[in-house]
Design a protein. Structure first.
Length: 197
């Protein structure tokens, strides 16, 4: 499915996330961010994001402890294909794969936890499903700077064909206790109210 989130739809996503969180148990510490969509520049630096602090920036130096960098690879053929970078292996960062190093576009009601298949492949990762132009969830894991636990989460992304750009981060959530997390059942709301074909 193709499309773009827009202002009113983004607000509905945020509202739906809040409703999703209110149904969580008292012990589940689900953390979400940001409150506004983030545009990912189609550059070799792209956009670095620290999921815990919510800080994002266009250089690694401006985002201490970044958890994910979404960028346009310079050496791909054709040049400028969307890629994911997870930083040093010590961060534990990785994305959910459908198989091998193929990054999956997840739908609603998908559990992301220690049993999920992950890849850390950056330049060599297969992001064709994201490059085709889609809106969905990127499942992920990362080491929480505050707790040092591996956390599981998701990031809502919208991308565009043919290389994945323009790309927009619509939001993310993670479970800060180290437990798994399930992607929210938002597609019907989003597709009905906020997408263009």
């Amino acid at each position: 499915m193709r499309g773009r989130f827009h202002g009113a739809a983004h607000r509905r996503v945020a509202t739906a996330l809040i409703l999703c969180l209110t149904g969580s148990s008292a012990q589940a510490a689900i953390v979400c961010g940001p409150t506004t969509a983030l545009s990912v520049p189609a550059t070799t630096e792209g956009l670095y994001v620290n999921l815990v602090s919510g800080v994002s920036g266009i250089t690694e130096a401006t985002v201490p402890g970044f958890d994910i960098d979404i960028y346009a690879a310079a050496s791909t053929n054709p040049s400028g294909q969307l890629r994911f970078y997870w930083g040093p292996e010590s961060t534990g960062g990785a994305g959910v794969a459908s198989s091998g190093d193929i990054y999956a576009v997840l739908g609603a009601s998908t559990l992301i936890d220690a049993n999920s298949l992950f890849t850390r492949a950056a330049f060599t990762g297969n992001t064709h499903a994201w490059q085709a132009g889609t809106s969905g969830y990127l499942g992920l894991r990362f080491r929480n700077d505050g707790t040092t636990l591996i956390n599981y989460g998701w990031m809502a992304l919208s991308t565009s064909a043919p290389l994945g750009f323009p790309a927009t981060i619509e939001g993310w959530c993670y479970e800060d206790s180290g437990a798994g997390i399930t992607t929210p059942a938002l597609p019907d709301l989003i597709f009905a109210h906020g997408f263009e074909s």
